[in-house]
Ligand binder design. Structure first.
Ligand code: ADP
Ligand code: F6P
Length: 319
């Protein structure tokens, strides 16, 4: 039987993490289980940076972006001694189980703690949508909305000036933010880890678009694939378009979570606590075909990425 659970957010923050913290807290309290908010991810976990939560600790956070608990990265958490220190600090504070909201790195930490006797449940909190075993991660929808709003604005000015906008979006080597925003905004060209980067093919396509009297072009590029400023320079020099690069950056991680992310985070947070009450640990929560699901973390972090071929084919057909 569990009496007290901890909740922490780890890795890059994402809109909807607060909604998840709220759902975890309120579900646990409603079941007579105490809740401790752990500040700054695994760093706060080993340092004992803990706060006893009441129902009102999570009031007015559902609509707020970021995470009230703070997030951090602690590479040393891979080390045995640091994990043992975490277990000791949790036991000293009578915390029996943990909900970890973060990406796959955070999941690996949660699996390690479970193996050391502290049941953990992972919730997929990242804008990148790069976690397997779930159709969507908490924060993806909000980030996508932010990108679409920005690209729609860029299209207005690009069109007025007969320009090409080269827009870099986040994704951490996953092209989901790029392909979903490309489809949503009607981009002309996509460059993602999945498409690869063929510079000459991109320039050739833009020359063709320019010669067919297109007034503007949007090129969406996933981060870490190529330098968007250098690409914009090449486009300006060797196609009829004047190009401008925009790196959307951390603006994609902020802002009020969308209603979809709030609902997703609330459903996932409640499920995490239900599993812990049943004595289940080492699992991560997902959503598949609108059903809340769960699977072993170890399986999730080793699964191959789901193919997005159909999305890319659709993009090619509609462009
Ligand atoms: P994300 O959770 O968003 O993928 P990171 O990859 O930065 O972000 O991981 C967040 C934190 O999770 C790391 O700073 C580290 O504390 C912990 N972590 C990452 N990988 C491991 C691992 N293999 N074992 C234990 N802890 C890990
Ligand atoms: O994982 C979320 C994410 O925003 C990635 O899209 C990006 O690559 C990375 O985090 C940026 O990390 P940082 O906040 O450390 O710059």
């Amino acid at each position: 039987m569990i009496r007290k659970i901890g909740v922490l957010t780890s890795g890059g923050d994402s809109p909807g993490m607060n909604a998840a913290i709220r759902a975890v807290t309120r579900t646990a309290l409603a079941n007579g289980i105490g809740v401790v908010g752990i500040h700054d991810g695994y760093k706060g976990l080993i340092e004992g940076n803990y706060e006893e939560f009441t129902k009102s600790s999570v009031s007015d956070i559902l609509s707020r972006g970021g995470t009230i608990l703070g997030s951090a990265r602690l590479p040393e958490f891979k080390n045995d001694d640091v994990q043992l220190q975490a277990v000791e600090t949790l036991k000293k504070n009578s915390i029996d189980a943990l909900v970890v909201i973060g990406g796959d790195g955070s999941y690996r930490g949660a699996a390690a703690l479970t193996a050391r006797g502290i049941n953990c449940i992972g919730l997929p909190g990242t804008i990148d949508n790069d976690i397997q075993g779930t159709d969507y991660t908490i924060g993806f929808d909000t980030a996508l909305n932010t990108i679409v709003e920005c690209v729609d604005k860029l299209r207005d000015t690009s069109s007025s000036h007969h320009r090409c906008s080269v827009v870099e979006v986040m994704g951490n080597r996953c092209g989901d933010l790029a392909i979903y925003s490309g489809l949503s905004c009607g981009a002309e060209i996509l460059i993602t880890p999945e498409t690869g980067y063929d510079e000459e093919a991109v320039l050739e396509k833009l020359r063709y678009l320019e010669s067919s009297k297109k007034r503007h072009a949007i090129v969406i590029v996933s981060e870490k694939v190529t330098d968007v400023n250098a690409l914009a320079d090449k486009i300006s020099k060797s196609t009829g378009f004047a190009a401008r690069a925009t790196i959307l950056g951390h603006i994609q991680r902020g802002g009020c979570p969308s209603p979809s992310d709030r609902v997703l985070a609330s459903r996932m947070g409640a499920k995490a606590v239900e599993l812990l009450i049943e004595g289940i640990g080492g699992q991560c929560i997902g959503i598949k075909n609108n059903e809340i699901t769960y699977m072993p973390i170890e399986e999730c972090v080793t699964m191959p990425r789901e193919s997005r071929k159909q999305f890319y084919r659709l993009f090619d057909r509609l462009v």
